[in-house]
Write a protein that binds this ligand. Structure first.
Ligand code: ZN
Length: 152
């Protein structure tokens, strides 16, 4: 335990000067039941990586992550650190961006089914017959039919 603040706190515990903290049987400093994490960015980062980076499921948001981590760990400014960590996560930024599509999105995606429907139909009637009508119907929901005089 190299963190001078934690060493100071540990000494206060051992001297009986605080009851908020305790030192457990493996000499780890605890705040209540929670393990005190030294002010070391690498260690904190590792803990947050462990809790946040889940390759097979959605990353937890900062609130959920804080709930999980505060059951086991404690460090000053923990909630802020977690919020900052989540805000900086590239995967989370990507997911967020997909939910907040820019205004031009509808126009762009609108062209996709237009091309699928009419480009394909003109070029290759065989492919048109084989096309999955349900998928195409799902796609054309976003098309502004009025934008294309001949379709409306
Ligand atoms: Zn994330």
């Amino acid at each position: 335990m190299q963190d001078p603040e934690l060493v100071k706190t540990r000494d206060r515990v051992l001297a009986g000067k605080t009851s908020d903290f305790s030192v457990d049987e493996i000499r780890m400093l605890r705040f209540g039941n929670r393990v005190c994490v030294p002010m070391d960015d690498c260690i904190k980062r590792e803990i947050m990586d462990e809790s946040h980076t889940t390759p097979y499921s959605v990353h937890p948001g900062s609130t959920k992550m804080y709930q999980d981590l505060k059951a086991m760990f404690w460090w000053p400014g923990m909630k802020n650190d977690i919020a900052e960590y989540v805000a900086k996560c590239l995967t989370c930024q990507q997911v967020k961006a997909e939910h907040q599509r820019p205004a031009g999105y509808q126009a762009t995606i609108g062209m996709v089914p237009y091309e699928l429907l009419y480009g394909r139909k003109c070029r290759s009637p065989v492919h048109w017959d084989e096309a999955n009508i349900i998928d195409l119907n799902a796609l054309i929901i976003d098309v502004q039919l009025d934008d294309y005089g001949e379709i409306a």
